[in-house]
Design a protein around this ligand. Structure first.
Ligand SMILES: Cc1cc2nc3c(=O)[nH]c(=O)nc-3n(C[C@H](O)[C@H](O)[C@H](O)COP(=O)(O)O)c2cc1C
Length: 192
């Protein structure tokens, strides 16, 4: 079934941008990498976006608390940030400590020299079992550096081999946690 699903929904043919989702709650700031991002710009005055954040992520807890997040579009010169923000959790470290940033309208941190960012207030949240879909309304946005946006295929082609091995390992661990969350959810919902 997985092979058919991947073919049917173009999993292998899409090449998403790599974002850093940042947020702030109280005096805590954090961020993580995300590629599952869907923009919805039908009403030009009210741009919205859906992001899919795993329930095991620290970023998830902070967005739940504060109801705000920002999307930083990374450039091809910022691959190192994929490692810092996408392969370790902010539960025990401040990932922003040595990373130049400033503060967006909502209070979310913005990475200096990213291609651009948009700042969001959460309109709706949807429990998807292992992830929460946060649906945000853009309250601000800005294009900054003139660099090329980082896409997942570029990262996979150009990142050092050790990073890709680390990514495989952290993804496996994450999938295990997600499976637990989803199994509980499916049982409560009577899906299994
Ligand atoms: C290329 C890449 C794409 C990712 N996409 C997502 C995503 O769309 N949603 C998600 O919840 N996690 C995604 N992750 C995983 C998180 O970024 C990662 O687990 C992170 O360490 C969580 O940090 P936190 O616990 O500090 O929030 C991705 C990681 C990488 C490297």
């Amino acid at each position: 079934m997985v092979d058919a699903i991947k073919k049917l929904f173009g999993y292998e043919s899409t090449d998403p941008y790599v974002y850093l989702v940042s947020t702030k709650s109280g005096d805590k700031i954090n961020g993580q990498i995300a590629v599952d991002v869907i923009g919805f710009t039908f009403l030009e005055k009210w741009p919205r976006v859906a992001i899919f954040i795993g329930k095991d992520k620290f970023t998830h807890d902070l967005i739940m608390e504060s109801g705000v997040f920002a999307l930083n579009l990374l450039s091809i010169k910022q691959m190192e940030l994929v490692r810092t923000f996408g392969m370790r959790s902010g539960k025990n470290v401040n990932k922003f400590e040595n990373v130049g940033h400033f503060t967006a309208k909502t209070g979310s941190p913005i990475i200096k020299n990213c291609v651009g960012y948009a700042d969001f207030k959460v309109m709706e949240k949807l429990d998807l079992g292992d992830h929460t879909m946060f649906y945000g309304l853009a309250v601000d946005s800005r294009l900054m550096a003139g660099e090329l946006p980082l896409r997942i295929s570029y990262f996979k082609k150009n990142a050092p081999k050790e990073w890709l091995a680390e990514l495989e390992k952290t993804t496996r661990e994450s999938r295990k946690k997600s499976e637990k969350f989803f199994a509980e959810y499916a049982e409560i919902k009577g899906l299994v």
